[in-house]
Design a protein around this ligand. Structure first.
Ligand SMILES: *[C@@H]1O[C@H](CO)[C@@H](O)[C@H](O)[C@H]1NC(C)=O
Ligand SMILES: *[C@@H]1O[C@H](CO)[C@@H](O)[C@H](O)[C@H]1NC(C)=O
Ligand SMILES: *[C@@H]1O[C@H](CO)[C@@H](O)[C@H](O)[C@H]1NC(C)=O
Length: 320
């Protein structure tokens, strides 16, 4: 009954979207409210003073919904947006080319479910749960129209020596999973895609490492640390650490890459309107600062939907 009710609600919200598909060069954002926002036209942001709201999409969920993490798979013909919902305690996948075609991947997360990462090569989705203190993985079905029941199987990936996992990122071709831990000993770790071969990458001088993203072309790991007011990076082994942006007091939260810029969301307590900043990857200079004013809502996890974001290796097969 619970499942049936949820599926029904999904149908209700999915009919209230603005458009049938999400275009490339969009930013998808969670708000910790009953909204998932999609802003298109990222390429125009530097030229114009305001974000062009005429291109804005809104997925309006049930009022108890509380959108948290966002991740995107850009695999050809399987372009999918996945989000976690700390109100419904679910993981939902939306077909980008036909947003009415959404499915529930998982029911029963804690209300501390957080960010997600996608292995777009094997077709698996990972998420962190800050309350259960684990990282789990589930296969993404190949064809949503053939899904008529919930797949109860998920794989526990990491559940030992992990406290409050917060951010997560996947590098499928190298077989790496990265996560941040904002628990008693804040740190950034790496493992294989099945949770083995763990390596502690960064622990000194991190306070609240919150979100991660990977530049797959130069093999660099970026993270936000709102505890320090920084955007920092290292290589994939934790070496060559550097602070790209330092702005004490800034609550940087979500982070992703669009061409030569890092897109960073900023949240601060009491802020009515979220803000998004663009920093040039090469020097950390601020390219622009945009306030999300239309919905009077803070900005949290973000994911860039852009064809160039995820390199593909089609020699490996999509796993089920
Ligand atoms: C905003 O979007 C509309 C529709 O796509 C377009 O006609 C208009 O030129 C855009 N304005 C700016 C300032 O980008
Ligand atoms: C998404 O929708 C498109 C168009 O309807 C379809 O061709 C594709 O197979 C769907 N993808 C999934 C994963 O179901
Ligand atoms: C938030 O956005 C609204 C418009 O939706 C604006 O009127 C208000 O001044 C903004 N508040 C702040 C604190 O920037």
């Amino acid at each position: 009954m619970w499942e049936r009710g949820l599926l029904f609600l999904l149908l209700v919200y999915s009919t209230s979207v603005y458009s049938a598909s999400i275009p490339y060069r969009s930013l998808v954002m969670s708000t910790h409210k009953n909204q998932l926002l999609v802003f298109s036209g990222l390429e125009d942001w530097r030229q114009h003073d305001v974000i062009n709201y005429s291109k804005l999409f809104l997925l309006s969920l049930n009022p108890v919904s509380n959108t948290r993490g966002i991740s995107i798979s850009l695999r050809e013909n399987r372009e999918i947006v996945i989000f976690s919902d700390a109100g419904f305690n679910t993981i939902t996948a939306i077909n980008v080319t036909n947003v009415q075609n959404a499915i529930l991947l998982h029911i029963g997360t804690s209300s501390g479910v957080g960010q997600l990462g996608v292995d777009w090569v094997s077709g698996n989705c990972y998420w962190v749960d800050t309350v259960y203190g684990w990282i789990v993985m589930q296969a993404i079905p190949k064809d949503f129209s053939k899904v008529n029941s919930l797949n109860p199987n998920f794989k526990m990936v990491v559940d030992t020596y992990i406290d409050i996992p917060t951010g997560i990122a996947v590098y499928p071709e190298l077989g790496y999973l990265f996560w941040t831990d904002t628990g008693k000993i804040p740190k950034i770790e790496r493992s294989s895609l099945t949770g083995e071969d763990r390596k502690l990458l960064t622990w000194q001088g991190v306070i609240r490492p919150t979100s991660l993203c990977i530049d797959y072309f130069v093999k660099r790991l970026y993270w936000t640390d709102p505890g320090r007011g920084t955007v920092e990076y290292s290589d994939l082994h934790g070496n060559g650490r550097n602070i790209l942006v330092s702005s004490p007091g800034s609550s940087f939260y979500g982070i992703d890459i669009f061409e030569d810029v890092l897109v960073v969301s900023e949240w601060s307590s009491g802020a009515v309107n979220g803000s998004v900043k663009l920093f040039i990857k090469a020097d950390g200079k601020q390219a622009t600062d945009k306030t999300i004013i239309r919905y009077g809502t803070p900005a949290f996890s973000i994911s860039v939907f852009d064809a160039k974001r995820q390199p593909l290796d089609l020699s490996r097969e999509f796993h089920l």
